[in-house]
Write a new protein. Structure first.
Length: 207
């Protein structure tokens, strides 16, 4: 079994991987996201929303590789919601989350989840690569009362786009176009493809 380190504090990502038979070690990167994006923008110019997710996923992954020097395959992920061409991460406070939902209700947005993989194993492939999974999410037309009740749970404050599809926010997502796992936080099909590009097989990660 190839040891996997998940460079993310997301319980949804960990749960998704475990449900697929993979039991990673979790190491939180502590990356300064604003600084990472500023460096990328200085180098590449204005980033597209999908590139924002990939940039942050790469920063988290590489920070864990550099700081921890784990003898493992390291996976970094990050998600952002694109709505009207604007990038939205975690709201952080109730007022922002409520405003976000008033803008999203009855509409659709695109959830971008970046994935970055580094094979840091001794004798491994040394591969460094990544990609972004983009999924269109259709939101229910919530009333103000429903928005207030959902925000009051605290859940939307701490997740990208102010919603979940696998938690309390599930009833407020009418449908998705794309990979359900990517909306939860990690696209298993995309991760399998990245492993193949790195010369690895998905089942080598399974416990």
């Amino acid at each position: 079994m190839i040891p996997l380190v998940l460079a993310s504090a997301s319980p949804a990502r960990l749960s998704t991987l475990r449900s697929a038979g993979v039991d990673p070690e979790v190491v939180v990167s502590g990356v300064d996201e604003e600084a990472a994006l500023a460096r990328a923008q200085d180098r590449y110019g204005v980033l597209r929303p999908a590139d924002v997710a990939l940039t942050l996923a790469r920063a988290k992954c590489e920070a864990v590789v550099e700081q921890e020097d784990r003898d493992a395959l390291v996976l970094g992920c990050d998600s952002v919601l694109e709505l009207d061409g604007q990038v939205h991460g975690k709201p952080g406070d109730a007022a922002t989350a409520a405003a976000r939902w008033r803008a999203m209700r009855g509409r659709s947005g695109t959830l971008h989840t970046g994935h970055w993989v580094v094979d840091n194993r001794e004798g491994g492939t040394g591969a460094t690569l990544g990609a972004t999974a983009s999924t269109v999410v259709h939101f229910a037309d919530l009333s103000d009362t429903e928005i207030e009740a959902y925000v009051a749970t605290g859940e939307p404050l701490h997740v990208a786009g102010a919603f979940t599809v696998d938690g309390l926010g599930g009833p407020y997502v009418t449908s998705i176009e794309g990979d359900h796992h990517a909306v939860v936080g990690v696209s298993l099909p995309l991760l399998r493809e990245l492993l193949l590009e790195a010369g690895l097989l998905w089942h080598d990660l399974r416990r």
